[in-house]
Design a protein around this ligand. Structure first.
Ligand code: GLV
Ligand code: MN
Ligand code: MN
Length: 411
């Protein structure tokens, strides 16, 4: 089945937003919070939800709620996010939002009346691609990040979160834990494209999630001495780029060295290196490197970070530079609610269970409400890349699964 064939039915949303936020230079999509593409997606979602007769509201943290029936307590809430990483795929986030819209549309078309309140929740800044902290909307909602810290986060252009929030019509003085909104959530279920090869190996289209790796983000700031590329001999330089390069290789090796201790292995990634001032004929004075570390337990993750801190210090010393390591965010390992998970699995006829190395808003919500996730097979096994993919038949299986789970939970 092709996108054109689904243009008017279930999954039409994939075709409708296919052109929004395409990134011509990176490939894929760049849809970052409160920038034009993401604002367009918000409008698109609101229009789609209103068409289904849902009542839409944006909460004080920028998350969008679309209520089927009157808002109330013990609600069944489903959803995901619309933002992307830079140059991301089409499915990470939007698939969960579109599937939620379609599952509700299908329930409505069969005349089903929910006995509990139900809402679609679209989280803000899940990827942390603009302000650096992943799952920022769900962290603010649950109080997992302080409003003070969130207000002061800056994007790559130095724009503060509070200024951007005000520009988007929020009152930055009122961001933060929203007990009233949280009290309405009875349970949360997020459908998501799988971001690894689990379902390929199992030969199944859909799975239920068991756990999410512990993970966090750090910044490594190497400082040396800025100087002229031509006039400075190679000996005696204090080049933080070389220190960062040494550290990057050491970080990969450190994560590999721990690979054997757990079934899933540990992961450490330097995804971005920025040089200041950043000139071709300039030895940098400062280099910042981002660090993403994940492992199967909190202890294992912390232990790897502590190895990395020592390795980064050693790399800096070898180049006569200094390094400062700063933690930017932390997420403990999440074991999704066993009861809800087995209810979902039994509703769906015993589908397989998978753990994931990707972070999700469902993982943040899991600390306050029973939460579950459904994964849809990704035949490339690749994500956070334009190569991320899902066959439409598998996406349809995902919508059918979500529809069945909602029907069961709402009756
Ligand atoms: C989000 O997808 C993450 O795992 O960082
Ligand atoms: Mn993602
Ligand atoms: Mn996602």
């Amino acid at each position: 089945m092709t996108l054109t064939e689904v243009a008017h039915g279930t999954l039409a949303g994939l075709a409708e937003i296919n052109g929004t936020g395409r990134d011509a230079s990176r490939g894929g999509y760049s849809r970052h919070i409160w920038q034009p593409a993401e604002l367009e997606l918000r409008e698109w979602f609101i229009e789609r939800a209103v068409r289904l007769g849902l009542d839409v509201e944006t909460d004080r943290n920028g998350n969008i709620w679309a209520w089927w029936g009157a808002p109330g307590s013990n609600a069944v809430v489903t959803g995901s996010h619309l933002d992307s990483v830079p140059g991301g795929g089409a499915y990470d986030g939007p698939l969960g939002v579109i599937s939620a819209l379609d599952a509700i549309a299908r329930l409505q078309s069969t005349g089903f009346t929910p006995r509990r309140p139900c809402a679609i929740l679209v989280f803000a800044e899940e990827e942390g691609s603009r302000f650096g902290v992943a799952c920022l909307g769900s962290r603010l909602l649950t109080g997992a990040i302080s409003p003070e810290r969130a207000r002061g986060l800056t994007d790559g252009d130095g724009i503060r979160f509070d200024a951007a929030a005000a520009g988007a019509g929020l009152d930055p003085a009122h961001i933060g834990r929203d007990s009233e909104a949280l009290e309405r959530i009875g349970l949360f279920i997020e459908l998501h494209v799988e971001q690894g090869r689990g379902l390929i190996d199992l030969g199944e289209p859909v799975a239920v999630a068991s756990s999410i790796l512990a993970h966090g983000r750090w910044q490594l700031r190497f400082t040396g001495e800025g100087n002229h590329a031509g006039a400075t001999p190679m000996d005696g330089r204090r080049d933080p780029m070389i220190a960062a390069a040494r550290a990057t290789v050491a970080i990969r090796d450190a994560a590999r060295a721990r690979e054997g201790s757990y079934a899933q292995g540990s992961r450490a990634t330097v995804g971005r290196i920025d040089a200041i001032p950043g000139g071709t004929n300039v030895i940098a004075s400062t280099v910042t490197a981002t660090l993403d570390v994940r492992a199967e337990t909190d202890e294992e993750t912390r232990a790897l970070v502590s190895d990395i801190e020592a390795l980064a210090a050693d790399a800096a010393t070898k180049e006569n530079c200094a390094v400062l390591v700063t933690e930017e965010s932390w997420s403990s390992v999440v074991h999704l609610d066993p009861e809800l998970r087995s209810q979902v699995a039994s509703t769906l006829g015993g589908i397989p269970t998978l753990s994931t190395g990707a972070g999700h808003d469902a993982g943040v919500l899991a600390s306050v409400v029973p939460s579950a996730m459904l994964f849809v097979r990704n035949p490339t096994g690749i994500s956070h890349s334009p190569d991320e993919f899902a066959e439409l038949d598998d996406c349809l299986a995902g919508v059918t699964a979500l529809e069945s789970v909602l029907r069961e939970l709402l009756q």
